[in-house]
Every structure is written in C-alpha cells, then in structure tokens.
Design a protein around this ligand. Structure first.
Ligand SMILES: [Zn+2]
Length: 503
C-alpha cells in the first residue's frame, strides 16, 4: 500500500484528488507491466481517490522508454472513452512503481457534468454529411476516415462527441475534429500535421545581382571569398517533420542524397550540393506564396501542392519541367554554374509547371512553346524585380550565363528584346520566347507589377493547348477586362500591335 502522507503529491484542488503522486518507490512487483500496474491500482484505488471502478478504466497500452515502462488506462463512461481522462502508472526496470498520474473525472460528477440531453444523438448518416463537408473545405481526402465516439470536456462540462481523424492533400494536413453528437456542431478542429520553420542560406536571386559584379566565375563549383556577401540567411517555411526540404509547395527529395537535417538547419554554401536544394525550396515556396497573395489560392489555387524537385539532375547544362504522367517534376542540371544556384533559372522552370497546371499539354504549337519560355522568364523578372539594379532588371540568368564555355555571357536572355513578329522568328522556342517576354514586360509597365502579374496568370485560364501569340494577346486583354474593367484595353492592343502580333 502506498502512504500518501509520505510522498509528494500534486492535488486537483477542485475535487481534492491527487493528480500526481511521486517521490516514492514500491517494493518490486512480479509480472508484466500491465499486470503490475493493474495489481497496484486494485490495491490503491481508494487511496488514489480514483472513484472509477477498474472496469471503467480500460488498459490501453504500455510505452517503453530507456528507464521505465508507462502503463496507460483510459476512463470510459458507458463504454465511451472520456477525452483526456487517463491513469498512468510508471514502473522502473526493477519493476518498482515510482509515479502515478490520475486525470480521470470523478464518477460522482460524471452524470452531473454530462447532463441529460433532451434530444437524442443525431443519426450517423447526418454526422457523415458534416464530415464530408469538412473534408471538402480542407482539401482532398488522402487517408482513411477514423471515427469514434467519446466524451469531450467542454468548459467544465462533458459532451458526447464524435472524434474524427482524416488526412488531406492540397494542402497537406492531418485533421482532428470533435463533433457534438447531439446537435452536430464542431466543438474543436485542428491540424496536427507538424511543420517547422527551418533556416537556410541562399542567393536572392544570384551573386551577380546581389554583388552587382560581372567578374564572377564558377571555378568548378568552389566556394570563394567574394561570395560571402552574397549569401542571405532565410526562413524555410512549413517543413514537414522528417527533416527533408519538404513542405506544402516544394519537395526536393527527388535529389540524389537529398538534404536532411533533424534540426531544420540547412546552412550550406555553394560548394555543398545541398545548397541548390535549399535554393529551390526557398524560391519556389516564396513564388507560390506570392501567387496565392494575388488571390490564386484555395479552390482557385495554381499548383498549390508540393512539386517534386531534383536539384542535381546531371552534368548537362539543362533544366526542365517534365510533364509526363505521374512525374510533373522539375530537374535542374549542373553544367557550368549549377542551374539551381540562380534563382532566375529556378523560377523559369516553375513557370513551365504553372502553365502545365493551368493548361495540361500547353505549347503544342511552336508559338505556344515560345510563350512558355517567355512566360518563365517574365516570372523570374517580375518576381526578382526589386532585387535587381536598373540594367539588370531586364536580364535573366546572369549568374547561370557565367558558366558558358569560352567565357561568360552577359545573361541568358533579356526581357527588353526589340525583336519583331513574325520577321524575327527563328523557330527556336527560347529565342522566340524573347518576343513574348518583351510583350509581357510592356504589360507590366502599363499595368504595374501586381496587376500585370495577376492579369498574366489569369490569361492562362483562357488558353488551350494550341494557343499562339495572338490567342495569348487576346487572353491578356480579356483578363484585364474581367479583372479591372478594361480600362487598359487600348494600351494593351498597342503593345501587341507595336510587336507585330496584332495587325
Ligand atoms: Zn524553359
């Protein structure tokens, strides 16, 4: 028997019940942890002031730690578990009990606290409809639905409730709901998917822009003193538990030897292959959040689920979005400067993914392909606009371009091309893409960044797989009219006329 006067006790002052008894050790018991705990409880129910009979305290499980076994008993009321009402018995490796915790509800108060509801419980079919609505509200179901009845403590009272668990994707979440059995109202709902803020080091968007220097060289991916001032420490949002660069919008685990950190610290510099993974995670996540801030979120979201990234796709200087069924992922190449070391290239590829998300199979005609390249460049240009000094604002991929054999070029492509349609078309989609990105850049000048970005994204919803420049131009005019009333129609027509797209 335990002697409550000798041992340390924390009291439930409302009910004069010891909630925790500790600072003691019993003589060793015989048997399994479950048997030991049960014997102990039988001997001490009165002293512990646990008023529930042992039948209402049902053995749940044993958890083992290095120095002890913990045996858990759940309190039931008329065969329904009471949320949070547990007795735990702690047993050390010598089978001596050294602590007991009691969070049960005193039986004398159970009836009073539960009350007698005038109406009976809602039929289960009605509860299922409530659950269905909740799932639709939270995303797309991607787990089983687990449902059990329980007694839920609410403002000092107890309510009969359904406890419901399910997981969703888009966005990823793991939900627990408590629904009142009598009137169907949601007592509590919470997302228990644990995410963490990580820390990383990145270029925004690249060292040529940040240092405002053109004399930087890759030197076979080595770290150099000059880069020190180009690194920025950033927060990596909503990383899932597990320690990978995996969150609601980006998942870099397609990368060989993917970066992993249980402390969520991802502070690597450029010679470390994990640096490019951090770059991809940070910049795509930031762009997706910006897109959502424009209004493209929830049921209007564009690609608001994790896109798979391989930050090191191989020695070629080539990056691509792969629209194949079951893939829809991005690979960044390592030729010259690693592509994922330049934020412009990261976002350019994500631009392709955005288009494919809105119009699966976009770019069947070569002009559509050129619109894809131009749009990707525009995305990078507009997103990093505030980071770039004047002459650099219209240059895409300045850092990536430094890795070209035979000396660096100024940049990969420009947003202020003078090329005309159709005379300057070459049939190469990246070259011809400069005709389209130059139009988009003028749209930005006419509407302002935020409106232009919104209109250009919106315009994709009016396109099809076979769209060409002319369709793209019409779609932008329509989008501006739908969103902002068409005040800029004439200015937009002029942009496309000047370029030769409208005759
Ligand atoms: Zn491209």
């Amino acid at each position: 028997m335990i002697d409550i006067n000798k041992w340390k006790v924390r009291w439930d002052k409302e009910n004069y019940i010891p909630k925790k008894i500790y600072g003691f050790e019993t003589d060793p018991y015989e048997g399994t942890p479950e048997e030991v705990a049960e014997t102990f409880l039988k001997e001490n129910l009165d002293i512990l002031k646990i008023s529930a009979v042992l039948d209402d305290l049902k053995y749940d499980k044993v958890t083992e730690s290095l120095g002890a076994s913990t045996v858990l008993f759940q309190q039931y009321y008329e065969d329904t578990p009471i949320h949070g009402a547990w007795v735990t018995v702690h047993i050390n490796k010598q089978n001596r009990i050294f602590m007991v915790k009691n969070d049960t509800v005193p039986v004398s108060r159970l009836n009073e606290k539960i009350g007698i509801a005038k109406a009976g419980p809602l039929p289960e079919s009605e509860i299922d409809l409530i659950i269905k609505k909740k799932i639709e509200e939270h995303g797309i179901l991607n787990s089983d639905i687990q449902k059990e009845t329980m007694i839920y403590p609410l403002k000092g009272n107890l309510r009969k409730a359904w406890k419901v668990k399910f997981g969703t994707k888009e966005p990823a979440a793991s939900w627990i709901l408590f629904i009142d059995r009598t009137d169907g109202h949601i007592i509590e709902e919470r997302n228990v998917l644990r995410t963490a803020k990580g820390k990383g080091i990145v270029f925004i968007p690249n060292p040529v822009v940040t240092l405002d220097r053109d004399d930087l060289f890759d030197e076979v991916d080595t770290e150099q003193d000059v880069f020190k001032k180009a690194y920025k420490t950033v927060v990596l949002n909503d990383l899932e538990t597990g320690g990978y660069l995996k969150g609601p919008y980006v998942d870099t685990t397609n990368t060989p030897n993917a970066a992993k950190s249980s402390s969520f610290e991802f502070k690597f510099t450029r010679e470390d292959d994990r640096f490019e993974e951090v770059m991809a995670y940070y910049h795509i996540d930031a762009l997706q959040r910006y897109i959502q801030s424009l209004g493209f979120k929830n049921d209007k979201g564009i690609l608001s689920h994790p896109i798979k990234i391989n930050a090191h796709g191989g020695p070629d200087d080539n990056s691509y979005y792969d629209p194949s069924p079951g893939k829809k992922d991005i690979t960044y190449g390592d030729g010259g400067v690693d592509d994922a070391e330049d934020g412009d290239i990261i976002l350019h590829e994500y631009g392709h993914a955005i288009q494919e998300a809105i119009i699966p199979g976009f770019g069947q005609k070569s002009e559509g392909g050129a619109m894809g390249e131009g749009f990707g460049d525009y995305v990078a240009g507009t997103f990093f606009y505030k980071y770039k000094k004047k002459p650099r604002k219209v240059r895409i991929g300045e850092w990536d371009a430094k890795g070209y054999p035979g000396g660096g070029a100024e940049c990969l492509r420009r947003l202020d091309s003078q090329k005309q349609y159709p005379g300057d078309m070459t049939g190469e989609v990246h070259d011809d893409g400069e005709i389209w990105s130059a139009c988009l850049w003028k749209v930005k000048a006419l509407l302002g960044k935020k409106k232009a970005d919104t209109v250009i994204l919106e315009s994709h919803f009016y396109l099809s797989q076979y769209s060409d420049f002319r369709d793209g131009a019409d779609a932008i005019i329509t989008a501006e009219r739908n969103l902002y009333g068409g005040k800029k129609t004439r200015g937009l027509i002029k942009i496309f006329k000047d370029r030769g797209i409208f005759s």
